[in-house]
Design a protein around this ligand. Structure first.
Ligand SMILES: [Zn+2]
Length: 379
């Protein structure tokens, strides 16, 4: 009898626990869902998106050239309702630094890429800058701060619509729009993959707890890799496991030939090799790829195949990123002129002003930028 009651309690507890997990479980990256929603909302996007994989494969076969560095101008819209969410400029800069390290393979943890994949780990030759010119041609920091009364954001239009409590896009064909805001629990970020039709809301949305490496970031997503991952989607990368699970898991493809087949996503930080038996691959899952779901500290590479796909995406669907001056300030030349260092005074060590032509005395040169130089004559 007692055993039977205990058994029932056990099953009840198990049921509650299981149901709770079901309730709170949500994809941490919303890109697959957002793409589906967008295809319903914008028929033109869907129509053009259908051809993207075909066009990309043709482009890669015919046109793949190892181009010089591409620099993508970024605007970061910080949409905040309390000071914690209004992340600092310094925090934003740490994210740009992570992107420039990860997309140039200058990340210090590249040594953690298993030896068998070092030769296909790519310097993607893509860099990022905070835009120095805004859509009106005015000087800019590339950071747009907007206060809101909106609660946490989901994956609808609110975040990119100022009248709904978000921040309006800067022209999507010219800038990578990144919105940083409070996202609903469990959701780290999402992005819109490219198509010939680009519209409102194109860009990347990241939770303020997962953006950059300092300030409000929370472990284990505190190394800026959520944004590295989402920009991968924005440049047409799929999840490395191909977004299919169960019996079809190994057959689903991420449309990249040098990433091994993978049954499903990975979490936390597995040891290498991992899951080699699942899809009968030589070295198992490439769980340290930026397009998996492992912890930030566990991720460290894009492959050459992923690089090709991203360059194809820029050239075909985001061509304005190739030629622009949005990373160069108008004022560079005049700033240099203003900041030119001029000698304004020469004094001796007692503070007495000396003739500007003084050359044979121990003295101090004072410049207009506030700096000073000591001159000591050695005899
Ligand atoms: Zn994703």
């Amino acid at each position: 009898m007692i055993l039977s009651i205990l058994k029932n309690i056990f099953f009840l507890l198990f049921f509650i626990l299981f149901t709770d997990i079901e309730l709170i479980s949500q994809e941490r990256c919303g890109t697959v869902q957002v793409t589906k929603d967008r295809e319903i909302q914008y028929p033109k996007y869907k129509k053009k998106r259908k051809n993207v994989n075909k066009e990309t494969n043709i482009w890669i076969k015919k046109n793949y050239i190892n181009k010089s560095i591409i620099t993508i101008p970024v605007v970061v819209h910080v949409v905040w309702s309390n000071s914690n969410q209004n992340i600092s400029d310094a925090q934003i800069e740490t994210q740009i630094n992570v992107l420039n390290q990860d997309y140039r393979r200058n990340n210090i943890d590249q040594i953690n890429t298993p030896g068998v994949w070092q030769s296909i780990a790519a310097d993607c030759e893509i860099e990022f800058c905070l835009a120095k010119i805004d859509p009106n041609g005015q000087e800019s920091t590339g950071i747009n701060r907007v206060q809101t009364n909106h609660g946490s954001f989901g994956m609808d239009n609110d975040i990119h619509t100022s009248s709904l409590g978000g921040a309006d896009d800067w022209p999507n064909e010219n800038y990578l729009n990144i919105w940083v805001c409070d996202l609903e629990p469990g959701l780290l970020g999402y992005a819109t993959p490219p198509s010939n039709w680009i519209g409102d809301g194109d860009g990347v949305v990241i939770g303020y707890k997962y953006f950059g490496t300092i300030g409000t970031v929370q472990a284990p997503y505190n190394k800026g890799r959520t944004t590295t991952h989402e920009i991968g989607h924005w440049l047409n990368l799929n999840h490395v496991w191909g977004d299919s699970w169960g019996s079809n898991g190994c057959n689903a493809d991420d449309n990249v030939s040098d990433t091994p087949n993978q049954e499903e996503e990975n979490y936390n930080c597995p040891g290498f090799p991992h899951n080699a038996a699942a899809c009968n691959t030589s070295y198992g899952d490439m769980f340290m790829n930026y397009m998996d779901y492992t912890n930030d500290a566990c991720m460290n590479l894009f492959t050459e195949g992923q690089k090709e796909r991203m360059l194809a995406a820029i050239t075909q669907y985001r061509p304005n990123m190739l030629n622009h001056n949005l990373c160069n300030s108008h004022t560079n030349v005049s700033e240099i002129l203003i900041n030119e260092k001029k000698l304004i005074k020469i004094i001796d060590f007692l503070g007495k002003e000396l003739n500007m032509n003084t050359s044979n005395k121990n003295c101090i040169y004072i410049y207009n930028d506030g700096s000073a130089e000591k001159k000591i004559i050695l005899k």
